[in-house]
Structure formats: C-alpha cells, structure tokens
Ligand binder design. Structure first.
Ligand code: CS2
Length: 483
C-alpha cells in the first residue's frame, strides 16, 4: 500500500518534542514499500494534484507499480519542498469532526516545470503511460472560441521556439514557457524514441477538456512540424475527466498542528475534504492504474458530469467569490452561512438545475451535498483564492447558463446577479489575479455607457449586443446592495 495511515501519537505533545525538519521527516517516515517506477507524469504539481491524482493512485497501487513524476507550473517551490522530502507528504483529510492523516508515497520525482529535458527523457520511456494535467483553466492559453490563442505572448514565443527546433535526438530543449509547448516538445522526444502510444488526461475544470487539449496540442504540434502533428494524431489518446475535491492552500497553522500531532514538520502537507470524485472517459493504450478501485468512475462520456460539476459546484464558488466578499466574508463556509448570500446561490442553482435533469445526475442529493461540503467550517477555503481568474471561470461556469437562457428569451436573476456584481466590483476598482486584466482595463476605459457591454463582450461576444441584458446588469449595478 502506498497510502499509509499515520497513527495518532498522543504521548508526543508539542512541549515534549520539537517538530522535526522536512529532511528528517523523509527519513523518519521513510518509504514503507519500494519506490514505484515512474509510469505516470503530471504537469501542475500543486496542492490539488497531491490531494487527488496522487491520492487516488496511492490507494490502488498496492504492488508499487505506478510512480508519478510531477512538474510544477509557474514556481518551482513545491518541487523543491517535495524533493527535499523524497516525494513523501501527508494528506490531512478534514471532516466536520476530525482529521485523518495518510502518508502518500506515489510521488517519486518532483521537478521544476522549466526542466523540459527531464520531461522529454521521461516521455521517451515506453513504461510512461499517462500524462495528467492540472495547469488551471487559464494555463491552457485558449481564446474565447476554446482554441489555442496564438495572440498569447507566451504561446507565440513557444510556437517560434518549437518551429526553430530541429528535434534532433540529444539536443537540449529550447526555453519553453507554456505547459502545452513543453508537452509537445516531450511528445516529439517520445516519437523519436519509438516509445509508442500514450494518453494525455487533463484534470482541469474545463468543458470537454480532452477534446480542447487535443486541439491545442495538435495546433502546437502542427506549427512545430506537420510530421509531428501526424504522429500525435496516430499515437496520443486524449482522455477527458471531471475532478472534484475541495483543497484550499495549506497554511502554516496546518503544518504546525500536524507537527504537534505526529512530531514531523511536513512542508508538503495538503489539507482536503473527505469527498473526492474522478470521472474519466477515454482510451489508455499504454495502460493505467486501476483508479476505479479508489472510487474513480470510468464512463463513456463525461459531459453530463462535467456540466453538473462546473455549473453547480464551481459556478456556486464563483457566485460566492464575487458576491460575498463585500459583506466581509473571507471563506466559503462563512459566506454560505449568510442567508442573503445563500439565497443568491440557491437562485443560481435553480437556473443550473433546470438544465441538469438526467436522472443519473441525482441533482437533488448532489445539491444538498454541496451545501454540506461548503458548510464544513474546518476547511478554510478562501474566497480570494477562488476569485483568481474570475473571467475565465465565469466563461466556463456561469456564462453558458446565461447564454442558453437568453437564447430562450429568459433573463435568469440567478446568473445576472453575479455577473452584475462582477461588473460592479471591476468598476469600483477591485482587482484579482486575472489573465484578462489588460482587456478588462480596456473595457473600463470605454465611454461610460459602453463599459458594461464591453465587459460582457469579454465573457462572450454574443452578450456584447444584448441590450436587454446590458440594461438589467446596469440596473443591478446601480442598486445600493454591496457587490
Ligand atoms: C474552485 C475549485 O478555485 C476555484 O475556482 O471552484 O478549485 C474547486 O474548489 C475545485 O474544483 C473542487 O473540486
């Protein structure tokens, strides 16, 4: 078993024994089984990868056959921390009345995402069967049409760099900035090594994530070399998945309290909720762990589940992040406990629920379970964290419902309110991390009567000319409720 439950050490109070360093943590906890060979590669080594794909893998890899090599995104710090701990870290599964702590040992290599040579070397191995991705929605660098955005400066730089690469075996990788650019370089290495087929499995909150990544990778490969694009079409399977596990950023307090409990300072600790979902569709020609034994579901089509998750859970998160901070709330649990905010979320859910009627979606119980999950006050899920990249999130989570309703001639309050709150907060000067920042600034600089329409146009070009919607949003913006 590569997931080992860490027993309580009640005799070890924080006063008796100082917490140990991360280096000592690795040797103290040690690997209980042989290090599994790398057969899985991940791009986007963050807290979610640790609480989800690595956890699901650890649960089913009794034989120690499926090790993960994971690469960070923007900052290499998680890789450094985990390398210093030999890839070992703990998961604290935080239920409403206590934590369960497991040691996870499925991660056998952690690297800086910029180490494209190591990524290429790994993909040259026929044993490597799957590449999973959690690079965030914004990390795919897509335009509003869902295709690769060639205007994105990092993508443009990678397309140039790849086009100039001769893909000569043994040559070092050029500097590449985007996750997909790096992946395409590594796929070329796999082709050259004759290492055979492989599956790419995106795990980000994006509709049709497999198909979208297939198009984006195909476009980059085509720009690099039409031969490579042909090889990708014939050898790379793009699977799709829906993932769900609420995993807030780990805090120093979390690390301290684990150290008090088990006597080890684990800087790779991740805190998460008991619930976890993984719904997967697609082909795995080079094999995969039996993730279904960890509760994952293999289905023919993820779309209904993907809509349920994006519209219900993620959409409600975005409603909370946009509307509840102006009431002074900082976490999801605080926000959902406020009856005013709860009513807005319920109203939004009413809109989403109408479009999620398939009986297998069991939407009533799903909705009740969300209220329970959001209300877990032992999980401090910060609204500021969710508010990052709100523009992209609105596009995937709430705008599709609004566009459908407008197509039916309806004006659903549940969707209009959060979008109006977003417009109002931008007009009032609030800024969160957002790849669309420059376009937002441009829209805000438009003549006053055009600002709302310009902002809506960033969400979906079809909304820019929807005069009835613009008037409705402006009416909300003019109200004196906080936003
Ligand atoms: C959240 C998600 O930050 C966000 O936008 O909605 O990270 C959410 O917590 C996860 O998708 C839960 O599975």
């Amino acid at each position: 078993m590569s997931a080992i439950t860490v027993p309580e050490a009640p005799e070890r109070s924080s006063g008796d024994r100082p917490p140990l360093s991360a280096h000592t943590a690795a040797s103290l906890l040690g690997r209980q089984v042989a290090r599994p060979p790398v057969r899985l590669v991940h791009l986007g080594l963050g807290a979610f990868h640790r609480s989800h794909q690595l956890w699901h893998t650890a649960l089913v890899d009794e034989g120690g056959e499926w090790g993960y090599a994971a690469f960070t995104g923007r900052s290499p710090s998680a890789a450094r921390t985990l390398e210093a701990q030999d890839g070992l870290y703990a998961i604290a599964t935080r239920g409403v009345d206590g934590d369960r702590v497991d040691l996870i040992s499925s991660l056998v290599e952690a690297h800086d995402g910029a180490d494209v040579d190591r990524l290429a070397e790994l993909l040259r191995s026929p044993a490597v069967a799957v590449v999973t991705l959690t690079i965030t929605e914004a990390g795919y660098r897509l335009g509003a049409d869902g295709d690769l955005d060639p205007e994105d400066p990092d993508t443009a730089a990678d397309l140039d760099a790849l086009a100039q690469t001769g893909f000569v075996a043994g040559d070092a990788a050029p500097p590449l900035r985007t996750a997909l650019g790096r992946l395409v370089f590594a796929l070329a290495a796999r082709r050259d090594a004759g290492a055979g087929p492989i599956t790419i499995l995106p795990c980000d909150n994006m509709p049709a994530n497999g198909a979208v990544v297939a198009r984006a990778v195909g476009a980059i490969a085509e720009a690099a070399s039409p031969d490579l694009a042909r090889w990708v079409r014939a050898n790379v399977a793009f699977a799709s998945s829906v993932v769900d596990r609420i995993t807030p950023a780990t805090t120093e307090d979390d690390i301290r309290s684990l150290a008090e409990r088990i006597g080890v300072t684990d800087r790779g600790l991740v805190v998460t909720e008991p619930f976890s979902e993984w719904i997967i569709a697609g082909e795995f020609p080079a094999g995969r762990p039996e993730w279904e034994r960890s509760g994952a579901r293999i289905v023919a089509d993820v779309e209904p589940y993907e809509r349920r998750k994006l519209w219900m859970l993620n959409g409600a998160h975005t409603v909370l992040a946009i509307t509840a901070r102006s009431f002074g709330h900082t976490t999801v649990a605080d926000a959902i406990a406020d009856p005013r905010v709860r009513e807005w979320v319920e109203e939004y859910w009413d809109v989403a629920t109408e479009r999620l009627s398939a009986p297998e979606l069991a939407i009533g119980p799903y909705r009740d379970a969300l209220v329970e999950r959001f209300s877990n006050a032992r999980i401090a899920h910060h609204l500021d964290q969710i508010a990052a990249e709100t523009t992209t999130k609105l596009r995937y989570r709430i705008v599709p419902l609004l566009v459908r309703a407008r197509g039916d001639g309806r004006m659903p309050n549940g969707c209009v309110r959060p979008i109006a709150a977003w417009v109002r907060s931008l007009r009032a000067g609030r800024r969160d991390v957002d790849a669309f920042g420059p376009r937002i600034d441009e829209a805000l600089a438009a003549p006053a009567p055009d600002v709302t329409s310009s902002l809506l146009g960033i969400l979906d070009p079809a909304l820019r000319k929807d005069d009835a919607l613009i008037a409705e949003v402006d009416a909300y913006v003019a109200l004196s409720i906080p936003a």
